[in-house]
Design a protein around this ligand. Structure first.
Ligand SMILES: [Zn+2]
Length: 108
């Protein structure tokens, strides 16, 4: 296993093995980061990484996990944004059993 030198915000430079580090890539944006648990203070350290760094870590045998942005971010939107008053109205409607029953009755 290769030795990887990284930096913890609390402890400074720390030495890790490839098994201690994980690379996470967003498949939507191609942005990535690496993360590890500091062997000294046990903090989870997460660092943004350029593609070159990611390539080096992966070539050394670091595990890769991927994720993507939620599809809801790309949905077409229209109408006014939800306001504070909308939230208060929604909260009040959740207190009204008859309104909830009417809502579900409309769905069927
Ligand atoms: Zn640390």
């Amino acid at each position: 296993m290769a030795t990887i030198r990284a930096s913890c915000g609390n402890c400074g430079d720390v030495q890790l093995t490839t098994g201690d580090v994980t690379v996470r890539m967003c498949v939507t944006t191609d942005e990535g980061e690496y993360r590890f648990e500091c062997p000294s203070c046990a903090d989870l350290v997460v660092r943004h990484a350029e593609q070159r760094t990611i390539d080096l870590l992966l070539a050394a045998g670091v595990a890769l996990t991927t994720w993507s942005l939620p599809a809801e971010l790309f949905e077409a939107r229209d109408g006014a944004p939800i306001s504070h008053d909308d939230l208060i109205d929604f909260h009040a409607s959740l207190q009204n059993d008859d309104a909830i029953a009417a809502f579900f009755a409309d769905l069927s």
